[in-house]
Design a protein around this ligand. Structure first.
Ligand SMILES: NC(=O)C1=CN([C@@H]2O[C@H](COP(=O)(O)OP(=O)(O)OC[C@H]3O[C@@H](n4cnc5c(N)ncnc54)[C@H](OP(=O)(O)O)[C@@H]3O)[C@@H](O)[C@H]2O)[C@@H](O)CC1
Ligand SMILES: Nc1ncnc2c1ncn2[C@@H]1O[C@H](COP(=O)(O)OP(=O)(O)O)[C@@H](O)[C@H]1O
Ligand SMILES: [K+]
Length: 475
């Protein structure tokens, strides 16, 4: 699924409309929106005729969409009340609603909100600045308290369309009906959680001239793209991962990274980390070897802590011209520039440190931050967290891994994730694919095994997930 910025949407809308806006796009949007509301009413109250819908109307075309959809609903016998909550409502849309038998109410006339079967959020769309005025936020809260489900028009009002930030009050929708194309904010947390189920209505926009801002993967695409071994593949075709992770202080990181590489399907894993981790690895993963030798992907940095020869270790690995994953503490020892064949896997705090900015800056605009990480380092960057973004040199579009459940975020999950990515890298895939596939496999597996599994146990389930896909023939 591809997502676009507001600026791109405006360009596509202008191209579709031509010099004059004759309202065609808005009519298509309203028709699609009304159809979704009809289905939602059938599901919720088992009727359309006589059902009650409240339309919250803002000052722009977003309110226009909602009012025109309200008119369509009113013609089907829905009892539609519209209330202007910001500015002056779209004139033609309001006239159409009133002509169809809908009512316009003042806010003071609103009582017994629980009597509404559903509310339409037509307050702000792509022209909205994030946040809602206090009085509007208060009405939105009262609807939530009254358990009235909200269908958001285009975007849940109050969220930032281009970043997914939610810096102030915002609507939480059960369903969001968006028009033409998906917007960035629908897919990035925290706005994603405000979006609910996302329905895309085709209004005839042509995306071919625009490079998408985001390319979001789903599980089926991950399964299809996985580097499945061919019948003749030997261990070198599957790839050898060299794991130099962990330290005497943090031996577990080396163990969990190794679990990731083994269960991500590496043909061989060489463990080149601290001796204190070796006994556990030998006992639980006897296939791992400890002798130095041929490596097709490096995995460095997880659990290093302070490492006296850290700079040299990273420099040597980069100089070997073999691709690699550089994680966690290893990021502090990176050379000034790195090849795009290397994958850096920072979480928000690590990326902030790398960029010399506050963590909040990364969290407020992760898309800009992950691109800045590429600009700063030259490497491919996976920003880890609730939404996992992958940026690479030379390509503006940022890839979005399949999201997983919040249980996944535990000490050591990042270490196993590094191992999964390194296994894909060792199989010969480019760094950005290794990042998306590794992160998505972990997320899909965690979703299929909900609960607080420790990272090494989740890594074992990753192998089960690959096995299930293999048996389904999804390759
Ligand atoms: N164009 C098309 O062809 C199509 C467009 N479509 C629909 O149009 C929507 C975009 O419509 P839009 O451009 O009119 O902007 P919209 O989001 O309604 O609001 C802008 C108004 O809100 C105000 N305002 C902003 N933030 C605020 C805040 N925090 N608090 C208070 N006020 C705030 C802002 O005021 P100002 O910036 O002037 O202060 C301005 O008056 C789009 O999402 C889709 O639903 C579809 O029909 C398909 C065809
Ligand atoms: N809210 C969340 N939802 C889903 N996955 C998450 C969430 N938070 C973190 N994760 C996952 O957990 C892992 C945490 O990585 P990281 O912060 O590097 O942990 P550590 O360094 O302790 O191993 C990442 O792989 C990320 O994918
Ligand atoms: K809206």
């Amino acid at each position: 699924m591809q997502a676009f910025t507001v600026e791109q949407v405006r360009r596509m809308e202008r191209a579709a409309m031509g010099p004059e806006d004759d309202g065609t796009l808005m009519q298509r949007a309203a028709a699609g929106l009304a159809a979704v509301v009809v289905e939602a009413l059938r599901t919720r109250v088992d009727r359309v005729y006589g059902a009650r819908v409240l339309v919250l109307v803002g000052p722009g075309n977003n309110g226009g969409d909602a009012l025109w959809a309200g008119a369509r609903l009113a013609r089907r016998g829905v009892r539609v009340d519209a209330v202007g909550v910001l500015g002056t409502p779209h004139a033609e849309g309001l006239a159409a609603l009133l002509a169809a038998g809908g009512r316009r109410l003042e806010r003071a006339q609103l009582s017994a909100l629980g009597a509404y079967d559903l509310a339409l959020d037509g307050i702000l769309g792509i022209g909205g600045r994030p946040g809602l005025p206090d009085d509007v936020a208060d009405l939105v809260d009262r609807l939530a308290d009254a358990d009235v489900p909200v269908v958001a028009v285009d975007l849940p009002s109050g969220v930032a369309a281009d970043t997914g930030a939610v810096p102030g009050a915002a609507v939480t929708a059960a369903v969001t009906v968006t028009f033409g194309v998906v917007k960035v904010g629908h897919l990035l947390e925290p706005a994603r959680s405000r979006t609910g189920r996302l329905v895309l209505v085709d209004i005839g926009l042509d995306t071919s001239a625009e490079e998408p801002e985001l390319d979001a993967w789903d599980a089926a695409r991950v399964a299809a793209a996985w580097p499945w071994p061919a019948p003749q593949s030997d261990k070198y075709a599957k790839g050898v991962v060299g794991v130099d992770c962990g330290s005497e202080t943090y031996p577990g990181a080396g163990i969990m990274a190794t679990y990731g590489a083994v269960h991500g399907g590496a043909g061989m894993v060489r463990f080149l980390g601290p001796e204190s981790a070796q006994t556990v690895i030998t006992t639980n993963l006897p296939d791992v070897v400890f002798a130095p030798g041929r490596v097709q992907a490096h995995l460095l940095g997880s659990g290093w802590g302070d490492r006296a020869d850290g700079t040299q270790a990273v420099a040597d690995a980069v100089a070997s011209e073999v691709p690699g994953v550089l994680d966690a503490d290893g990021l502090r020892y990176r050379p000034e520039t790195m090849p795009g064949t290397w994958l850096l896997t920072p979480h928000a705090g690590e990326l902030a440190r790398l960029l010399g900015v506050e963590r909040s800056e990364v969290e407020d605009d992760p898309l800009a931050a992950v691109r800045a990480g590429v600009g700063r380092t030259g490497a491919t960057v996976l920003l880890k967290g609730a939404t996992q973004l992958v940026a690479r040199p030379g390509t503006r579009t940022v890839e979005l891994a399949v999201p997983g459940p919040a249980w996944t975020g535990r000490a050591g999950s990042g270490d196993t994730l590094g191992g999964l990515c390194a296994a894909v890298l060792a199989a010969g895939r480019p760094a950005h694919e290794a990042a998306v596939l590794g992160a998505s496999l972990q997320a899909v597996t965690a979703a299929a095994h909900p609960g607080p599994l420790p990272p090494h146990a989740l890594a074992e389930r990753c192998a089960d997930q690959l096995g299930a896909w293999w048996q389904e023939g999804r390759r």
